[in-house]
Design a protein around this ligand. Sequence first.
Ligand SMILES: [Zn+2]
Length: 172
Amino acid sequence: MAEPARFPRVPFDVARYVAGVSSGRECFICRIVSGADTRHEIIYRDEAHIAFFNRFPTLSGYTLVAPLEHREQVVADFDLDEYLALQALVHRIGRAMAEVLPTERLYLMSLGSQAGNSHVHWHVAALPPGVAYRDQQFAALMADDQGYLDIPAAELARLAVALRQALEAQRE
Ligand SMILES: [Zn+2]
């Protein structure tokens, strides 16, 4: 019942992706924040943060959480309150995800590159049960070799609604 098997995989064009993120164009997250890029399903936004689906998901519901402001250093560019506020949202998104998706283990990480995607973002992804050990951890998250999931728009929309509802319920 491994969740990844539910959707076909599409080869990930690494060269095209690298050319896109390092083309000198405005940062991809700032373009989402400003509304210049509307290709990402935004599942949450407040006065300081945004959370949206990864366009190249290797796991269903794969979400990126970022500050609205362009910050580049994951620790050094945040004072403690700002850092904890961002982590509080990561915590909320992670809890919502574990409610909505079969989650054997919740994965969190922050990577990024000064050569391309420099805007700080946290990856939040749910590893479903049934994935072989060698296909877990980095192997489950990186699209380079395995490609990414071709998740139908209707399913993405359904998942976004479910996550928003789970986030709303946390406030009550
Ligand atoms: Zn940015």
